[in-house]
Design a protein around this ligand. Structure first.
Ligand code: ADP
Ligand code: ZN
Ligand code: MG
Length: 490
């Protein structure tokens, strides 16, 4: 039987203010060639100066991937000739990457991380309608981290799940927005097949020549490109001629297939040597500083939201997909802590957790979508949202009135109790107040009362309706009904 062998190489743009080795802005510019200087355009006699923030971001990413951070590291030159590379070499890292030998869990499958290193990005070639090619150097010299996994993925789906986790990790760490469509995260996927017996033992060589697939620009296409390539290779195996050399193929979105590009150059062709203009990097101290600053990562946070706050696994997953929403949720639960403690026990806690998940994800989520506002910049703060949940949990506020209150909170940033008071939306719980209203309704509807007493029992519904109308729905209908029954039957 043939099984997939898959390894990924991922480039991630680091979200620094300036480029990797010069002071040019690393942000998108309004016009081509606006963010350029003699260093990033490769003028003779210029000297690169490493960006400390980029090194810190790289280390943070390495720590998140459970890598060992190299105490001593350095930069190297990787040579190749292409119009988007003005120096004709790229400053990268060769034998002493900042991080290596890590792992990530995808579900319960451990995926090894071979290494992670820092490098500078190339410029962008733009092919004009006039048949000429133009070069935009804004991207030249912006910082990248390249991460290489071991060939451990067992399926295209697993590779895709890993990339989605990686994106989320980068966002939690604040090192990159990792948007694949914008090219902030780019992935090359390596794939081959290997033969195993029924017990899963490898038959023959452990590794066979692989295909490296380039230009994949979305999660979905990573999965599709791998599926396409696995099928193509399986057909070659079936025909008795499995791939005999490593090749590079490009993913073509239009045809949803891969096309052969070239036979890969050997490493020797790059003429790597140590970058003589940059001193060696001593990373032990800043690695410790970054370790101390590591935030909680998505996987840990998801698990804790379930254990500590009683959220359902699916809800916790959905909340943690958005770092800002997960932060907000954290604050809401910490505000609700006092309330759940004061109101006792596990059932109250569970009730609060269900309310938080429901109101955050579907109700508030919907309102935010309609208004195109995100959690990070909305007017509702965690304290007010927690109070809102506690009002619902203690039945002081009905869920239909809750929607009105929440909408108002979102529009004005107001306190939920203030909104309830101003709009008279609170539930009426005081029995003597309800009794008064019931008496008034009975007094105003003598004819209905008479017909009820004469046997038309279903008219109770009309009276309940009257009570609800009087109070704009602020009385629990069941309580109103019971009180009406008591008065009518006495
Ligand atoms: P190259 O020499 O082509 O750069 P590397 O050994 O550096 O190859 O590995 C590059 C990527 O390819 C890594 O992600 C690795 O896990 C993966 N890889 C290596 N060999 C194979 C193979 N036979 N099948 C699938 N993936 C592989
Ligand atoms: Zn520059
Ligand atoms: Mg390699």
């Amino acid at each position: 039987m043939l099984v997939p062998v898959i390894g990924l190489e991922i480039h991630l743009q680091l979200k620094t203010k300036t480029k990797m080795f010069c002071a040019c802005s690393a942000h998108e510019a309004a016009a081509p060639n606006a963010n350029v200087c003699p260093v990033c355009t490769g003028q003779p006699g210029t000297l690169p100066v490493p960006n400390e923030q980029a090194i810190r971001f790289g280390i943070r990413m390495g720590l998140a991937l459970n890598c060992a951070i190299a105490p001593h590291s350095k930069f190297d030159r990787k040579h190749y000739f292409y119009p988007d590379l003005p120096k004709a070499y790229q400053i990268s890292q060769y034998d002493l990457p900042i991080a290596e030998k890590g792992f990530v869990m995808v579900g319960s499958h451990r995926i090894g991380i071979t290494r992670a290193h820092l490098e500078e990005d190339a410029a962008k070639n733009l092919h004009g309608a006039d048949g000429k090619t133009y070069v935009d150097f804004n991207r030249a010299g912006t910082p990248l981290i390249e991460m290489v996994t071991d060939p451990d993925f067992a399926s295209p789906e697993e590779a895709k799940a890993f990339l989605q986790d990686l994106r989320l990790m980068a966002r939690y760490l604040g090192v990159s927005d990792a948007d694949m469509e914008k090219g902030q995260m780019r992935c090359d996927a390596n794939v081959s097949l290997r033969e195993v017996d029924d017990a899963g033992n490898i038959v023959g060589p452990k590794f066979h020549p692989k295909t490296e697939i380039k230009n994949i620009n979305s999660f979905r296409n990573v999965e599709r490109a791998l599926q396409f390539e696995l099928k193509r290779q399986a057909e070659l195996w079936a025909a008795g001629s499995p791939p005999s050399v490593t090749t590079t193929r490009g993913w073509d979105d239009a045809t949803q297939g891969t096309k052969e590009q070239r036979v890969k150059e050997a490493e020797g062709d790059y003429r790597y040597f140590p970058e003589p203009d940059i001193p060696a990097l001593e990373l032990a101290k800043i690695a410790e500083e970054e370790r101390a600053r590591m935030p909680e990562l998505p996987a840990a946070r998801r698990a804790r939201f379930v254990d500590e706050y009683g959220l359902k696994a699916d809800d916790a997953k959905q909340i943690c997909e958005d770092p800002a929403l997960s932060e907000f949720t954290e604050q809401v639960f910490s505000e609700l802590g006092e309330w759940t403690k004061a109101n006792g026990g596990a059932t109250e806690k569970q009730k609060a957790a269900n309310l938080v998940a429901g109101w955050l994800l579907s109700k508030l989520g919907g309102l935010l979508l309609e208004r195109n506002v995100d959690v990070g910049s909305m007017k509702i703060d965690a304290e007010n949202f927690a109070e809102f949940i506690s009002l619902l949990a203690s039945n002081k506020l009905s869920s239909s009135a809750g929607m009105t209150v929440l909408t108002e909170m979102l529009e004005t940033g107001a306190d939920p109790s203030d909104v309830m008071e101003a709009k008279r939306l609170g539930n009426i719980e005081d029995a003597s107040v309800i009794a008064e209203i019931v008496d008034r309704v009975l007094g105003n509807n003598p004819e209905i009362v008479e017909r009820y007493r004469a046997g038309k029992k279903e008219l109770i519904q009309v009276l309940v309706g009257q009570v609800m109308k009087e109070t704009e729905g602020a009385v629990d209908a069941k309580i109103a009904r019971n009180m009406l029954l008591v008065k009518l039957e006495s």
